[in-house]
Design a protein around this ligand. Structure first.
Ligand code: HEC
Ligand code: HEC
Length: 404
């Protein structure tokens, strides 16, 4: 090391020395050549033409040069400060531009395959309002079991229930037991971190407000509470149809059957909320609990409510949330959802996959992931609530605690 350094230094000094010598020699030669010969230039050499006369030099030409000088001073003295004044605004405008660019890129990826996108819109609906897709269920050895219609949850509320990082995790690894593929390179998919960010940026841009989400839930809940038990409605319809033949049978209007004496389909608001979207695909089941906590829920073949799927079995939930304190803890848990590595209940630890239903997480860019450009959105902040109200979550928690 030291030897190398010493040789390098001496080579350096040598080079400087040579350069210095060359400069001196060049200057000396130059000076010698430049010295006027005796008697030169008394007359103008034949190869030189006379320059402008003094009147002109000191008149128009001088004025022009001075004007240019003055203009230059203006540029320096006024233009530069003006540019500096503009600078902060220029930078913040650029942030806005980047944001728009990112959202546009995300929108292109979200689009159906036919439009050059990755088809998110096919399963999750245009603008992420929820959808449905055909899916082939296979057994553990990959053999065909059956083909089903699997609901794709609405994504225009997804940042009310998950943080950006939790959404990124879903995109990165997908949901391997469902139609949702892995998109990130870590999960074996095709998309880079930057592309995943732009998808989330787009998803952020389509979020509806908590107020609107809650209004839609209220409307759907009212509709569900008026529904009557399927078996009873069927029996009454069959009875009314009995004996009808021909045209009378084809023209039969099922909605004319009086089913008012039938028991309600959903026994409580909690049960209805738990299963919101099961029958009619409302928001692709995004507001429900069943899509994760009941096997078969997403394709219309649900087993006993809360018997467990990706989310754990909720029967005997009181063992994890005992007593009155446990009840309140359970409400808190369903309101905020789980976070990776954070304890909940008596003896469980979150993975970040359980969504939060009545508190919208703050929009935070992930610095360590190099996220840039997207500012927190005005609407949809924590204090506005989220997809459900706390009272609705209480109703669900009571239903869950009644499951046996
Ligand atoms: C083939 C259909 C399909 C495609 C294509 C698809 N998804 Fe999904 N996605 C699903 C289904 C189904 C689920 C819910 C899985 C379940 O039942 O747990 C889901 C879940 C999600 C979730 C989690 C939402 C939640 O609340 O649980 C996000 C976020 C998501 N998808 C984003 C995307 C994005 C972005 C794309 C496009 C790059 C995409 N998906 C493409 C079917 C699809
Ligand atoms: C997107 C899937 C998903 C949805 C939707 C979902 N959960 Fe969960 N839930 C989970 C997962 C996964 C866990 C396990 C904790 C974890 O992994 O962080 C969990 C855990 C729970 C637990 C604790 C269970 C225990 O004993 O460990 C309760 C209670 C619960 N969820 C209630 C609900 C309620 C109520 C809803 C609807 C309002 C709901 N969940 C909707 C995925 C979901």
């Amino acid at each position: 090391m030291i030897v190398a350094a010493v040789t390098q230094t001496s080579i350096g000094i040598l080079l400087v020395g040579i350069a210095f010598l060359v400069a001196i020699v060049w200057a000396a030669v130059n000076l010698r050549q430049g010295r006027a010969e005796v008697g030169s230039e008394i007359e103008l050499a034949p190869n030189r033409k006379p320059y402008l006369p003094d009147e002109e030099l000191e008149g128009r030409k001088l004025d022009r040069t001075l004007t240019f000088g003055l203009l230059g001073l203006f540029v320096l003295g006024i233009g530069l400060p003006l540019y500096w004044l503009q600078e902060p605004a220029r930078q913040s405008n650029e942030v806005g531009n980047i944001k728009r660019k990112f959202v546009d890129r995300g929108a292109e990826m979200f689009a159906p395959t036919a439009d050059g996108g990755y088809n998110c819109a096919f399963c999750h609906g245009t603008n992420g309002v929820g959808g449905v897709t055909t899916y082939t269920i296979t057994d553990s050895e990959g053999r065909f079991v059956k083909e089903v219609q699997w609901q794709g949850p609405a994504l225009n509320t997804v940042l009310m229930r998950y943080t950006r990082d939790e959404v990124r995790y879903v995109l990165e690894y997908g949901r391997p037991f469902s139609p949702m593929p892995a998109w990130g390179t870590k999960g074996g998919g095709p998309l880079t971190e930057q592309k995943l960010q732009n998808l989330i940026d787009y998803i952020q841009s389509i979020q509806i407000t908590p107020k609107r989400a809650q209004a839609e839930v209220a409307k759907q809940l009212t509709k569900m509470m008026e529904e009557k038990e399927d078996a009873c409605v069927e029996a009454k319809t069959e009875a009314a149809q009995a004996g009808l033949t021909g045209d009378a049978l084809t023209n039969f209007d099922a909605s004319s059957v009086d089913v008012s004496s039938c028991p309600p389909k959903w026994k409580s608001q909690g049960e209805a909320l738990f299963n919101m979207g099961y029958d009619d695909g409302f928001a692709g089941g995004a507001y429900s609990c069943g899509r994760c906590h009941t096997a078969g829920w997403s394709y219309g073949e649900k087993e006993a409510d809360g018997s467990g799927a990706m989310g754990p079995n909720l029967r005997d939930i009181e063992e994890n949330f005992p007593g009155l304190v446990g009840y309140e803890q359970q409400v808190d848990f369903v309101c905020t959802g789980s976070a990776e590595g954070v304890r909940y209940g008596r003896s469980s630890m979150g993975t970040g996959r359980m969504p939060g239903f009545c508190i919208t997480p703050e929009t935070k860019l992930n610095d360590s992931n190099g996220e840039v450009g997207i500012e927190p959105k005005e609407a949809g902040l924590a204090e506005d609530g989220a997809m459900l109200t706390q009272d609705q979550v209480r109703a669900i928690v009571e239903y869950e605690r009644s499951l046996r």
